[in-house]
Write a protein that binds this ligand. Sequence first.
Ligand code: BES
Ligand code: MN
Ligand code: ZN
Length: 489
Amino acid sequence: MEFNVKSGLPEKQRTACIIVGIYENQVLSDAAKRIDSVSKNYLSTILQRGDLTGKLGQTLLLHNVPNVTANRVLLVGCGTDINNSQYCKIITSAVKSLNNTGIAEAVCYLTDLDVSEHDIAWKIRQAVEITQATTYVFDQFKTKPDKPNLQKIVFSASSQRDVAKKAYLEAQKIANGVKLTKDLGNLPSNVCTPSYLADQAKDLAKAHSKLTCKVLDKAAIKKVGMNTLLAVAQGSNETPKLITLEYKNGGKKAPIVLVGKGVTFDSGGISIKPSKAMDEMKYDMCGAASILGTMSVLAELELSINVVAIIPSVENMPSGTAIKPGDIVTSLSGQTVEILNTDAEGRLILCDALTYAERYKPEVVIDVATLTGACVVALGSHAIGLLGNDDTLIQDLLKAGESSGDRAWQLPLWDEYQQYIDSPFADMANIGNREAGTITAACFLSRFTEKYQWAHLDIAGTAWITGKNKGATGRPVALLIQYLLNKCS
Ligand code: BES
Ligand code: MN
Ligand code: ZN
């Protein structure tokens, strides 16, 4: 998809389609008013027939509107006062309805609508990201992929052209990172293995001079002493990898460390999962994918900052060599873990990666993981679960989520929950009872993050959608990039 911004009168656009807003009760937006007046009330006449009231998300496509240079005019219902999420709905419905036509190129005036508390930069950025998301297809494995019609959208910025231009260039880079994350997530686990993720990280480092990649193989991981990571990997024929990708553009500043769960398939291991929807456990590396996407955006935006990505990657399988419930393993931190459930594997690879993060003397550490089914139950597919040991970091992440539209919600990490993971035989167990599963998982991680400021994003409910539109969402790349952009400003 190609994007641009321009200022110019709607009636004068030589394009396949212009897109204008209609508010509730058929109140015309500024662009719609111009079209109505040059076309001698053509729009108001049509609206009087009642085909579009202006309700949020309605659309109506008109052809050959008199005295308008564009071939078509798409009317989009805007409701009354437009807030954050209503704006996103308006853009989504506009793009969806274009998708069902033969339109290759359009000029969109919805970016000129007033949205409470948001400027043109925000409106352009959201519009670009939403358009990219709405037109995304994953057809690498289709022998006869459908050709999409829509190729280009130009967004109107009636004022502040320079600001708008900067916003669309930035947004396009972010959208590309989101796409990389989705593509990696959607790949099946017979393609996307730990070695494949490592190769992707190496490719990113080859493409950007400020990125360097180092991959530890099984022998090197063993030498470091990451035994809980190796314990998860030992049931699989896929060899584990510890991937690090460093972005250096911030002088002597302490780095921000991002850790992503990279389980390329989570069968549950000996504590095997039920077969229903087990295919979706190919998405158990979406944390890793979001970190790779974020690193690629960072390199494209050339932010003045130091960031280190650490990605522990394994496959979790049952076999004669797999870990068994009751096994006890010594983590890199020296703490021992009784593995009561081999399906609670994410925390076992993350805990060693989080200990490994100490050697970078980080300013903060943020981990991203499809960690608990309980998070899906608690927050559904809208909010990311957020826990951590530092209130400033938590607030910064909540704020970045709000403004990027990639929202998180904090859950408590109180000491009272720590006792759930007591073990009679080791320093801790890897599961609690059925209560508060997202929190007890974070409690487990908290025991490996005491030396720095840390936050944990549980993306189990938000990393992909299920059902007939099954697919990765690319979350939380937008949140992480917003957090990093805020750090630099
Ligand atoms: N990858 C899963 C979490 C998950 C499940 C994400 C479903 C999205 C949808 C994780 O490794 C897991 O299996 N967690 C267990 C933990 C339990 C055994 C304490 C879970 O949530 O059931
Ligand atoms: Mn699991
Ligand atoms: Zn898992």
